[in-house]
Every structure is written in structure tokens, then in C-alpha cells.
Design a protein around this ligand. Structure first.
Ligand code: ZN
Length: 501
């Protein structure tokens, strides 16, 4: 398995520290607002990476923090007349809910910054003792000059950074590049007691302290969007390595940014999209399928058109799966027209089995190549097409039936590895039959049940009777009633069924 490591700027063979185990840290949200679609893309990408590592047999310890103390949270609290803790609790809950809604697995451990203050104080104390940090009037700064390799992750030159530091420099800092590890509390702000007085941690130290605490260093993978490479991850790395004297992280993985209709997302341009608002118009699985079609490191362009295309693609998969299930269930152990099929029946089973094997192989090859989800998805689509054509004349023997079952299950299984769980969606998403079906059966046949599947049987039975009696007006009312519900009767080699148009 190869992964692209930001630290070496190259694809490297993935070899975790401990065989079979992966320590994975992912920067979580700062909970002062609902997350936007760009954040969602990053979290989805890393969810897929984690799921694939698990599928590949690794035991993944996935740690994702929640930053629940920060200037932005305090500002929002002041704006809304609430406490910072209330704001953080509300948006943490909203974040967890929306992640679950798009099928992102819960992390193994979800530390919250405010519950990890002792670990941060300990790390800061170590940095001061090692000469890498200093205190000024209750603030503590990291001394960038004390870590000669600063800039290594982002490929920046410390001298250039220095001359480019345009911000009005706090005269208490020894160097313009030094950044805060601990901030003294201003009146009215939340604070914790520390050796440097009342205050709160800076953002960068949180991730260093929490990842060290739960994973130990070095750990295997550190993930985040590529907007975090500098300064956040550069600073995390400097703090950790300055303090421990050894490597912090083996593989740094960064996800690409998101644009909307080829424009950078920005509040002022009015093209700023919150994930929760997008989910009001689209099935989560379609959003996932869309995002999978772009490599996680490449920029991703979101548009409503692309989302519609992904929705249609998802429906093609679902329709193929229904076709396969239908064929499997309808097969009664009697070969379908074996004489008409002749040698074709034998080669079709062989072709389908070969396609299943090829799809599994290609899926693995693509995913092992730095998680090329776009390639993996197209391999699945090839199996979808092969499965569909294999049952277009029904099932013609037990060997064929078993191959079709395997094709069906392989499609579902590989999609779940990518986090597209169709079973989860059909449970509460689009029902197999619309509500009006039972009413239609009641109107035409006096049906009294409430099970749509029974209503289908009753309607199909009535249609057979109507045709046998040459009662064309009754046959037409059945057809028209179904059309109004968006349904159609389909005669196939395996029998007759009612499906969505
Ligand atoms: Zn972080």
C-alpha cells in the first residue's frame, strides 16, 4: 500500500510502526458554527481512508479531537449572549449528528480540548524546561528559533517567513514567528489554573498534547485538510519534536480543498454552503458517491449538476441491485429457456465470476495506490453493468444463481468499504414502493391489508385475470393507477413485477 506523505512530498510504502495496527490522528472541528461542505469533504475523505485500512486488516485507533475553547467560540458566545461552554456543547452535538448522517464512523476516541488541559500544561512545562518556550506576563510562547528544522513539513524557509511576517509584532515576543502555547485570560473569558496563572491553551498545543496522550509518538498517520499544513501542523510537529527529540508522525496526509462552481467558497461571495443545508436536498449516499469520484488530494469542485449526476449514478446501482435480487428470488430451481441460451449460459456465468474477481482486484490496486477512490468506484460500476446484463434473460441454473448472488453481495460490500451504505439508506430513505400503492389495491380489488408487497401481488393477480377475461379497461386502470404513482409493470424472463419508472 502506498500513501502520499506531505513530509517527504512523495508516495511511500505504508508500513505502520506496529504490524497490523495503525495510530491515526485527525484534526477535528472548532465548534463555533455548523460545518461547511469543505469541512465535510475532508472528514469524508479520511473516513474512507480509515475504512479502507480496516478493510485491509489493520486495527485502527482513530483519534479525533473537538476544539471546544477558542477565540471564535468566545466571540460567538458574546454575540449570542451565551457562555462559551453552551456554544461549544451545541455545535459539538450538531457536528456529531451531521457526521453520523453522512455515515462517517465515530472515532475510537474523541477527546475534547477542555477536558485535556492537564496534558497540555504538562507538554508546555516540558517545552519551557527544554528551552523551547518562554513565559511573558501569563502568556507562554513557543520559540520557533529553538527548533532548527521549523518549516520542514510545509517546505517553508524560516528566513523568508520571518521577513514576510507583516503582522504587528507583539513586543513581548522574542521573535515574530513565535506562537502562543498558553494565553492569559482576559476578563470574562473562560480560564483554567496553570503554573503561569489563569488562562487557556492555544490551538496548536491541543493537538500535540492529545495525539501524544492517546497514541504515543511517533504515531502512524496524521490527517487534515491541506489548509492546516501551515501553520497548524508545522507548529504541532515543532512542539512535539522539540520536546521529545524524536519523530512525531510517520505519514502526514492532507486532503485537497473544495470549490463551488469553480469558485473559492467564501461567505462574502454568497457561495458558502453548510453541510446540514445541502443534506436537506440530497441523499447522503449521493454526496459521498460524488466526492469519491475525485481523489482526496485533488481539489474538488461541488456543483448542483454534479450532485444530480451522482444521484442518478446511485440510482443506477440501486436499480441494478434490485434487478439482481429480483432475479435471485424469482428463480425457482428451473433453468430458464436453456435451449434458447445454449452455450451462452455457460459463458455468462464464467464471465460474471471473472468480472467479480477482476473488480475485487482492481478495487484493491486502486485503493492501495494512495486511496484512489475514483478508480475503485469505476471498478464497482463495471461489475454493476456486468451483473445487470447477466440477468437480463433471468437466471438459468444454480451455478448462475450463485454467481449472481456473489455479484450482488460484492457490489454492496465494496461500496460499504467506501462508506456508501445502500442498506442504511433504503431503510429510511426512499421506500421500495410509494404510499399510494396500498390505496390503489384497495380501490381496485377491495384489498384490506397494509403491506405494499402484498398489494403488489394482488394487483398483478388482478391484471392476469383482467387480461384473461379481455377486460382491457380494467387492465388500463391498473396501468394508469401505477403510472400516477411513478410505477410501471415490467415483464421479464423471471416473471412480472412492479418497479419504479
Ligand atoms: Zn490539529
Amino acid at each position: 500500500m502506498k500513501v502520499y506523505n506531505t513530509l517527504s512530498r512523495s508516495k511511500e510504502e505504508f508500513v505502520p510502526r506496529e504490524p497490523g495496527k495503525v495510530g491515526f490522528y485527525m484534526c477535528g472541528p472548532t465548534v463555533y458554527n455548523h460545518i461547511h461542505i469543505g469541512n465535510a469533504r475532508t472528514f469524508l475523505s479520511f473516513d474512507v481512508i480509515r475504512r479502507y485500512l480496516e478493510f485491509a486488516g489493520f486495527e485502527v485507533n482513530f483519534v479525533q479531537n473537538i476544539t471546544d475553547v477558542d477565540d471564535k467560540i468566545i466571540n460567538r458566545a458574546n454575540e449570542e449572549g451565551k457562555t462559551a461552554a453552551e456554544i461549544a456543547a451545541f455545535y459539538s452535538r450538531a457536528f456529531i449528528d451531521v457526521m453520523r448522517a453522512i455515515g462517517v464512523k465515530d472515532p475510537s476516541i474523541r477527546p475534547r480540548a477542555t477536558e485535556e488541559i492537564p496534558a497540555m500544561i504538562e507538554t508546555i512545562t516540558g517545552l519551557i524546561e527544554g528551552g523551547h518556550a518562554y513565559e511573558v506576563e501569563g502568556d507562554v510562547y513557543f520559540s520557533v528559533r529553538s527548533y532548527p528544522e521549523y518549516g520542514r513539513l510545509s517546505g517553508r524557509d524560516i528566513e523568508q517567513l520571518q521577513s514576510g511576517a507583516r503582522v504587528s509584532v507583539d513586543p513581548r515576543k522574542r521573535d515574530a514567528l513565535d506562537f502562543a502555547l498558553w494565553k492569559a485570560a482576559k476578563p470574562g473569558e473562560p480560564f483554567w489554573e496553570s503554573p503561569w496563572g489563569q488562562g487557556r491553551p492555544g490551538w496548536h498545543i491541543e493537538c500535540t498534547a492529545m495525539s501524544e496522550r492517546y497514541l504515543g509518538t511517533p504515531f502512524d498517520i496524521h490527517g487534515g485538510g491541506d489548509d492546516l499544513v501551515f501553520p497548524h501542523h508545522e507548529n504541532e510537529l515543532a512542539q512535539s519534536e522539540a520536546c521529545s527529540g524524536h519523530l512525531f508522525v510517520k505519514y502526514w496526509l492532507h486532503g485537497g480543498m473544495l470549490t463551488i462552481d469553480h469558485e473559492k467558497m467564501s461567505k462574502s461571495e454568497g457561495n458558502f454552503l453548510l453541510l446540514k443545508d445541502v443534506l436537506e436536498h440530497v441523499r447522503p449516499q449521493a454526496l459521498r458517491l460524488l466526492m469519491l469520484q475525485t481523489h482526496y488530494r485533488s481539489p474538488f469542485d461541488y456543483s448542483v449538476e454534479r450532485l444530480h449526476e451522482a444521484t442518478s449514478a446511485l440510482e443506477r446501482i440501486e436499480s441494478a441491485l434490485r434487478n439482481l435480487s429480483w432475479a435471485i428470488e424469482s428463480y425457482a430451481g428451473v433453468a430458464v429457456a436453456p435451449n434458447d441460451l445454449g452455450d451462452k449460459s455457460v459463458s455468462w456465468t464464467g464471465d460474471l465470476l471473472a468480472r467479480i474477481e477482476a473488480t475485487r482486484e482492481q478495487f484493491k490496486v486502486h485503493m492501495d495506490d494512495d486511496f484512489n477512490t475514483a478508480g475503485a468506484v469505476s471498478a464497482i460500476f463495471e461489475l454493476v453493468s456486468a451483473g445487470n446484463s447477466s440477468v437480463k434473460d433471468g437466471i438459468y441454473g444454480e451455478t448462475h444463481r450463485l454467481a449472481v448472488i456473489e455479484a450482488h453481495d460484492t457490489i454492496l460490500e465494496l461500496l460499504v468499504v467506501l462508506g456508501v451504505n445502500l442498506l442504511a439508506d433504503t431503510g429510511e430513505g426512499e421506500p421500495a414502493y410509494p404510499d399510494g400503492l396500498v390505496d390503489l389495491a384497495a380501490e381496485l380489488t377491495g384489498f384490506v391489508g397494509d403491506d405494499p408487497a402484498e398489494a403488489v401481488d394482488v394487483l398483478l393477480g388482478l391484471r392476469i385475470e383482467a387480461r384473461a377475461a379481455k377486460n382491457w379497461s380494467l387492465a388500463d386502470s391498473i396501468r394508469d393507477g401505477l403510472t400516477e404513482l411513478g410505477l410501471v409493470i415490467e415483464d421479464t424472463a423471471s416473471g412480472t413485477r412492479i418497479v419504479r419508472k
